[in-house]
Write a protein that binds this ligand. Structure first.
Ligand code: FES
Ligand code: FES
Length: 183
């Protein structure tokens, strides 16, 4: 490919309209821009963390249309018209979300780098359990899961896509269990 052609391609931009934390956003991004990079670089929402950048750690977890997604593994252009929620969008009127409060109370972090992703996953775990979705840890698929029977084994399995280098796992599980009782 010629340098001229490469330069032309490098300057291509696609228009993307997203609603992020309730705010309408219009971006012009390179087609290869991940949702993670668009959030961090174009919208300055740096609460969503970039760690592995290849779908292995969960640090970049956000919600798209209410479902958790690894934002490093999807292109911003693929989310045209979607509702995105990041860690910055969880609190309302100065009140922390119940999961955020539980992470503080249960000391569910050390360095904090994985914490936004952990919290976004935990919020989704609680909604998934409310909706009765089973996991690999669900013993009886005939008996729908609910918040009342969201065991620690269930929480560990459902949070297993979120890694923590500080190994705060026992406290993270305790925080999710605590938040589940308040949800
Ligand atoms: S940064 Fe996306 S999974 Fe690790
Ligand atoms: S609190 Fe440090 S990586 Fe999880």
């Amino acid at each position: 490919m010629s340098e001229t052609r490469r330069a032309e391609l490098g300057e291509q931009r696609v228009a993307v309209a997203l609603t992020v934390n309730g705010r309408a956003c219009r971006l012009a991004v390179e087609p290869r821009t991940t949702l993670l990079d668009a959030l961090r670089e174009d919208l300055a929402l740096t609460g969503t963390k970039k760690a592995c950048d290849r779908g292995e750690c969960g640090a970049c977890t956000v919600h798209v249309e209410g479902r958790r997604i690894l934002s490093c593994m999807t292109l911003a252009a693929m989310q045209e018209g979607k509702q995105i929620t990041t860690i910055e969008g969880l609190e309302h009127d100065g009140q922390l979300h119940a999961v955020q409060a539980a992470f503080i109370e249960q000391d569910g972090f050390q360095c904090g780098f994985c914490t936004p992703g952990q919290i976004m996953s935990a919020v989704a775990v609680i909604e998934e359990a409310k909706a009765g979705w089973p996991s690999a840890a669900t013993a009886d698929l005939q008996r729908p899961i609910s918040l009342a029977n969201l065991s620690k084994a269930e929480i560990r399995e459902r949070m297993s896509g979120n890694l923590c280098r500080c190994s705060c796992y026992p406290n993270i599980v305790a925080a999710v269990a605590e938040a589940a009782t308040r949800s």
